[in-house]
Design a protein around this ligand. Structure first.
Ligand code: ADP
Length: 167
């Protein structure tokens, strides 16, 4: 396994909520880089279902067993956050061709705004290819079974928030 020493990677996203697809990317990135910061970005164009502090708390519980991962949140441009944290690498996950165009544009823009960072794409694990936060929210809000879609440790909290029931 490669582990790049003295490197800081950031993994930005909405994480509304964090899924096992995100967790898979987090674990793999944490084994590649010395330090990984998972950062909840406030995106004015998206109306989130969970507050920033809920999303941060869920991430903290999710990564509690991974020592080199920190959780943060940021309101503003990703390039500015990368500069602030002196990030060497921005991690993004790719699921399908449909992710590609937006991700490609973002990567080029961030390179232009902050040339010291590289965007690195990790491909989804095949079993998580279909999984997104939106799917979790659609199923969960109608009382469907989202076990296995989200980390076990935050499952009950998500169900309670989306469907209003204790499990
Ligand atoms: P954003 O609003 O920034 O797209 P998301 O929380 O939806 O935030 O996703 C954050 C990152 O995680 C994105 O790069 C996305 O492609 C990736 N991602 C989301 N779900 C999966 C998955 N199931 N497998 C791999 N990567 C994923």
């Amino acid at each position: 396994m490669i582990c790049l020493k003295n490197t800081t990677a950031i993994y930005p996203g909405s994480f509304d909520p964090v899924t096992v697809g995100h967790l898979d990317i987090i674990r793999r990135a944490a084994s590649l880089f010395d330090n990984l910061i998972v950062v909840v970005m406030t995106n004015a164009k998206k109306a989130p279902s969970f507050t920033v502090s809920e999303r941060v708390d869920m991430l903290k519980k999710t990564v509690a067993d991974i020592p080199n991962v920190k959780i943060d949140s940021y309101e503003g441009l990703l390039a500015d956050y990368a500069k602030k944290t002196k990030a060497d690498v921005i991690i993004r996950g790719l699921r399908a061709v449909s992710d590609f165009e937006y991700e490609f544009q973002m990567a080029l823009t961030n390179k232009k705004l902050y040339p010291d960072t590289e965007t690195l794409f990790l491909t989804t694990s095949a079993e998580n290819m279909y999984l997104s936060s939106s799917i979790v929210k659609q199923i969960g809000s109608m009382g469907g079974n989202i076990r296995g879609f989200v980390p076990d440790v935050i499952h009950d909290f998500i169900i309670k928030r989306l469907y209003g029931k204790d499990e």
